[in-house]
Design a binder for this molecule. Structure first.
Ligand SMILES: [Ca+2]
Ligand SMILES: [Ca+2]
Ligand SMILES: [Ca+2]
Ligand SMILES: [Ca+2]
Length: 594
């Protein structure tokens, strides 16, 4: 067992500055041998416990082809990636762009350097409400080729229609939803055009100053320039395997915060808000939630091969980067990890927001449990997740997939070097991973119980969780490299209760991003927040879903970003409850089993 559990050492590490930590980690032999590109700790898996034998009643079927999701997400050539911009892949979104109450699907694409396929575009699929989708990309004005990575959904102009922000290289794009099925690229008029080419990755809308207007945080991965960045195989100095160079060996990306001026424009406040002061790193997925429970939204950024970042909101327009002292920068033994995806949820049902972050192969994911004040304890080993170290891991969710009232953990896997795909030690196509909750913060990995389609091997990146068929269970959309996406329809083989919340802000931002719902059911308590990005560069269904086991009613408390608290007692299971700030419940919809 290479994982050290030495809390005094960790406390010492927290007191050191980030550069010192990095030096220490590297002196300790951060095993970069054949993986100079990304950090891995080279740990062995923890021993697996005896299977609980408790049946898992969720079953998944890949219905993507039948449902009409046919666009291929292009990421480099089948067996070659010259540059890191080709291979980091991208996210997907569940978003109801036409407000008909059914989740539509957005899937991003990257491209091939020097040989861009003319149809490698972001795809928007409209939900036909019968299990199928129609590709409306061109009609919606979203057809565009290029290198895109992350997506955030949010109604930045508070007109009732969800807008889209996409990160990319060399430029990000803000698409305003016109409300008539079309989008307009408003990047320039919004003031969001980069002065220099940038490699944007994570992005999240966040109302950081709580004035009811959604601001925007963007993380960046590396400084990339095809003129100066070595091509794969060109220079052995960047990566010994003759695969693409990066992130190590390339300059760090810098992160940005844009304040919403309320007139359709944004102002870059990265300096004034203290974002620029954070130690530089290779930023990927960015999430916003109130981790220290003070009513102000914070930002967590999964960083690849550098310490991850936690920006705590100081209530005065500034943030203090605090990941090291709060315990979410490094592994438990003080090592840098290749942070890719982030899930936020209530792992142990204590009413606080915990974090799961995915990493490289020969490393575990990180399980960070929140004490409710934003101090995190690394419970990777205790949780049972240290048993899985085989795959490079990406999009991840904390979601109650079997509606037993205990959120489970699901993630997708995939290699990054297509040149090495015949090497059995570098699995390029991997399975989907599911850890079911056993309660008390403990999880067990399920293998064969999942059905054949979850065992199918793919090279995946982003994934998004949502109930596309409105039947009360969470389905999963997965981005696959150089393939169409996977859509895992969830079918529960027993009757279990659930409840969903759709929130609309009035004083708060209309999308209610940052609104928190705490639900009490069957002696349990669970908290979720409406978020604008999660998983890996992806967007989940913004209707908060709670599995309830056998509980027929719940007591719920909503905390709006404005600070308003509202209580709703004895809400009925089996319903989507729509709540408008200050107006209470506006709709109770019963979903029929399809
Ligand atoms: Ca829709
Ligand atoms: Ca809008
Ligand atoms: Ca569960
Ligand atoms: Ca479903």
């Amino acid at each position: 067992m290479a994982v050290m559990r030495d809390s005094s050492r960790r406390q010492v590490l927290r007191l050191l500055s980030a550069p010192a930590i990095q030096l220490l980690a590297r002196q300790n032999g951060s095993p970069q041998d054949s993986h100079e590109g990304m950090a891995t700790r080279g740990v062995k898996p923890a021993p697996r416990g005896k299977p609980s034998g408790i049946p898992f009643y969720a079953h998944f079927t890949d219905v993507a082809a039948k449902a009409g999701l046919r666009g291929v997400t292009v990421c480099g050539h089948e067996r070659r990636a010259d540059y890191v911009i080709e291979e980091m892949g991208c996210g997907a979104a569940f978003i109801d762009f036409d407000n008909d109450g059914w989740m539509d699907i957005l899937v991003l694409s990257s491209s091939r350097f020097g040989d861009p396929p003319p149809d490698a575009s972001t795809r928007l699929y409209k939900n036909n409400r019968d299990g199928t989708f129609t590709d409306v990309t061109k009609k919606a004005g979203l057809f565009r080729t290029g290198y895109f990575y992350g997506v955030a959904a949010g109604d930045y102009n508070n007109d009732g229609w969800e807008d889209l922000f996409l990160t990319g290289y060399p430029q990000n794009v803000l698409y305003r939803n016109n409300g008539d099925g079309t989008f307009t690229d408003v990047t320039k008029e919004a003031g969001l055009v980069n002065a220099e080419p940038r490699f944007g990755t994570g992005c999240t809308f966040i109302d950081y100053d709580r004035n009811g207007k959604l601001d925007l945080f963007v993380s960046n991965y590396v400084l990339f320039d095809p003129k100066s960045t070595p091509r794969a195989g060109d220079k052995a100095s960047c990566n010994a395997e003759h695969v693409f160079c990066g992130p190590r060996g390339l300059p760090y990306g810098k992160h940005s915060l844009y304040r919403n001026n309320g007139n359709g424009t944004f102002t870059d406040v990265s300096e004034a808000a203290g974002i620029s002061k954070a130690s530089p790193g290779y930023g990927l997925t960015a999430v916003s939630a109130d981790f220290d429970n003070d009513g102000w939204p914070d930002i967590y950024v999964a960083c690849d091969s550098t310490p991850s970042l936690l920006f705590l909101n100081k209530h005065d327009g500034t943030f203090a980067e605090s990941a090291m002292e709060r315990g979410v920068a490094l592994s438990d033994d003080g090592m840098e990890q290749a942070g890719m995806g982030v899930a936020v949820g209530d792992l142990n049902l204590k009413g606080t927001l915990d974090i799961v972050k995915t990493h490289f192969a020969a490393d575990t994911p990180a399980v960070y449990v929140n004490d409710g004040k934003g101090n995190f304890t690394d419970e990777t080993l205790l949780s049972g997740l240290a048993t899985e170290t085989r795959f490079i891991s990406w999009g991840v969710g904390i979601q109650d997939l079997d509606n037993d009232g205990k959120p489970d953990i699901f993630w997708v896997t995939g290699g990054i070097y297509p040149e090495l795909q015949d090497d059995p030690n570098q699995p390029f196509r991997g399975p989907r991973i599911l850890f079911r909750s056993l309660g008390n913060g403990k999880f067990e990995e399920l293998g064969s119980a999942l059905g054949a389609t979850t065992k199918a091997l793919h090279c995946s990146r982003g994934c998004a969780f949502g109930d596309f068929d409105n039947d009360g269970d969470m389905d999963i959309l997965i981005v696959n490299v150089n393939e169409p996406p996977t859509l895992l329809r969830n079918d529960l083989s027993v009757q279990r209760e659930w409840i969903k919340f759709k929130l609309t802000g009035t004083k708060s931002n209309r999308s209610a991003i940052g609104a928190r719902v705490t639900v009490r059911y069957g002696g349990k308590v669970q908290t979720q927040e409406v978020m604008s990005q999660g998983s890996y560069l992806s967007v989940n269904d913004n209707r908060l879903h709670f599995g309830l086991g056998t509980s027929k009613t719940v007591d719920a408390e909503v905390r709006w970003p404005s600070g308003l608290m509202e209580k709703f007692d004895k809400l009925p299971a089996g319903h989507l409850i729509s709540i408008r700030e200050e107006s209470g419940i506006t709709k109770r919809e019963r979903f029929s089993k399809q």
